[in-house]
Design a protein around this ligand. Structure first.
Ligand code: ATP
Ligand code: MG
Length: 262
């Protein structure tokens, strides 16, 4: 294991971010990570949301955890003490539990409070090709920590009316972080989620988002799929739960695009 740990991988830090709730951040974090790992990439997923959806989506029993990302952010516990295996080979997760809910307020009095996660990641980042961070649906200090640690962002956007509303606010925050705390921050890609090919609305939203973000929008669009919503209750990523479902095929295709870009 020591050999493996000393090897250098890309260490690409990519938060999955949108302050709007329920747009597919956690679903994308779990399934993109898992599908990318099939092509021998080493992936770490950090659950930075007190809801802990990414942790449970990987089948982690949150009631049995001794440590989670809260202990790292607030008590300086090294991240490597809390890395867990997942059902998918080459994917590891740093879990979150509801105790993280207190962090937004407790972090306020910490020294260099915006860059704690960045500092904690330094010793471990080059053990992985990609580090995805599943962000909470807010622009508080947890999300700011992800933005400061990041090289670039993946923004999931749900194919629904008002899809771009809120994204403009995210871009404002990104610009603020860009100028003050992280001058190299960029958008890695925008992924359209919960696409319904039967509706013209879905098509219109994709068009509108492509006008706004141009080629940053991934060609792969994630369809609405019941299997994708069922998989977390089985604690499995989609490629292991329903490999040939349309949701799984879409995330496998997205993984290929991500791999080509990054
Ligand atoms: P939050 O902001 O609360 O963290 P989120 O952005 O992480 O939400 P998810 O939890 O990934 O969003 O998705 C919201 C809900 O929609 C979940 O119940 C999930 O299972 C479901 N869902 C996500 N993507 C799809 C899809 N492509 N097809 C069907 N259901 C989906
Ligand atoms: Mg989520």
């Amino acid at each position: 294991m020591q050999d493996e740990q000393d090897k250098k991988y890309k260490g690409h830090i990519i938060p999955i971010i949108n302050q709007k709730g329920g747009v597919g951040k956690s679903t994308t974090a779990i399934n993109l990570a898992s599908c990318l790992a099939e092509s021998k990439k080493r992936i770490l997923v950090i659950d930075l949301d007190p809801q802990g959806n990414t942790s449970s989506g990987f089948g982690i029993d949150k009631t049995k955890l001794e440590k989670d990302i809260y202990n790292a952010l607030l008590e300086d516990t090294p991240l490597e003490d809390m890395i867990l295996e997942t059902p998918q080979k080459n994917v590891w997760v740093i879990p979150a539990t509801i105790q993280l809910a207190g962090a937004e307020i407790e972090l306020v009095s910490s020294i260099a409070r915006e860059s704690i996660l960045k500092r904690l990641l330094e010793p471990i980042r080059y053990r992985y090709d990609f580090i995805f961070i599943d962000c909470p649906p807010s622009l508080g200090l947890l999300t700011i920590n992800a933005l400061v640690a990041a090289e670039s962002l993946i923004i999931p956007i749900q194919c629904e009316f008002y899809a771009l509303e809120g994204v403009t606010k995210l871009i404002e925050s990104m610009k603020m972080i860009h100028s003050k705390l992280n001058p190299t921050l960029d958008v890695f890609g925008v992924v359209m989620t919960m696409y319904d090919p039967r509706t013209t609305l879905s098509k219109q939203v994709v068009e509108e988002v492509r006008k706004y973000f141009g080629t940053k929008v991934f060609k792969t669009v994630i369809p609405r799929s019941v299997k994708l919503s069922e998989a977390p209750s089985h604690g499995l990523p989609i490629n292991l739960y329903a490999r040939f479902s349309k949701g799984s095929l879409a995330y496998l295709k997205l993984a290929k695009e991500v791999s080509r870009r990054g």
